[in-house]
Design a protein around this ligand. Structure first.
Ligand code: IMP
Ligand code: MG
Length: 180
């Protein structure tokens, strides 16, 4: 971790705050989904760390599935495609989409539309981070861990060029602002 820490020293949310907030979200979900047929749908790959910690703190019967879409490139906004679909049907289920961060909202808007067409009993979003400054698509977020300012972040599942996902805190890379 020594080298990684050097490149990502500015901690935005420390590990203990992440853990506390994840427990709080899980408690809300425990209350809201009691007696329901809960499916957690994680958006690969960023949401994996958050989803597993969240699921461990939920004490309801649930199932877990994953979905992945291609990243759109800047300049071709909204152009995304499913690269990995769910394994199971979500028809009649209470689906909670679990995401690492909502930025423009385009990823979730696409996924929401795609999953809604499969007739779940309910469909809501749980995101660890919300960065409203650059929102393009309007989407309703039922559970939000933290609102963050307009800075690029890494750690706890979030990557920069596929690295840093295994940092246990949310950090701001030191060298430059990666958000353009
Ligand atoms: P959106 O479609 O613009 O809302 O972007 C959401 C997706 O972009 C997330 O699922 C992340 O994978 C990625 N992303 C957005 N901001 C960051 C960041 O600050 N760090 C790492 N990944 C990010
Ligand atoms: Mg993602």
């Amino acid at each position: 971790m020594g080298k990684m820490k050097k490149e990502a020293e500015m901690i935005l949310i420390k590990r203990s705050d992440l853990q506390r907030r994840v427990r709080e979200l899980a408690e809300e979900i425990n209350r809201d989904y009691k007696g329901k047929d809960l499916v957690l749908v994680g958006v690969l790959r960023g949401a994996v760390f958050f989803l597993t910690d969240l699921a461990r703190n939920i004490n309801l019967p649930l199932t877990i599935d994953f979905i992945a879409i291609s990243r759109y490139k800047p300049g071709e906004k909204g152009v995304v495609r499913l690269v990995k679909d769910l394994e199971e049907s979500i028809e009649g289920k209470d689906v909670l989409l679990v995401e690492d961060i909502v930025d423009t909202g385009l990823t979730l808007a696409y996924l929401y539309r795609n999953l809604q067409a499969r007739n779940p009993a309910s469909l809501e979003v749980c995101t660890l981070l919300n960065r409203p400054a650059r929102r393009i698509a309007k989407i309703s977020l039922k559970y939000v861990g933290f609102d963050i300012p307009d800075v690029f972040v890494i750690g706890y599942g979030l990557d920069y060029e596929e690295k840093f996902r295994n940092l246990s805190c949310i950090a701001i890379p030191k060298e430059k602002a990666y958000l353009e």
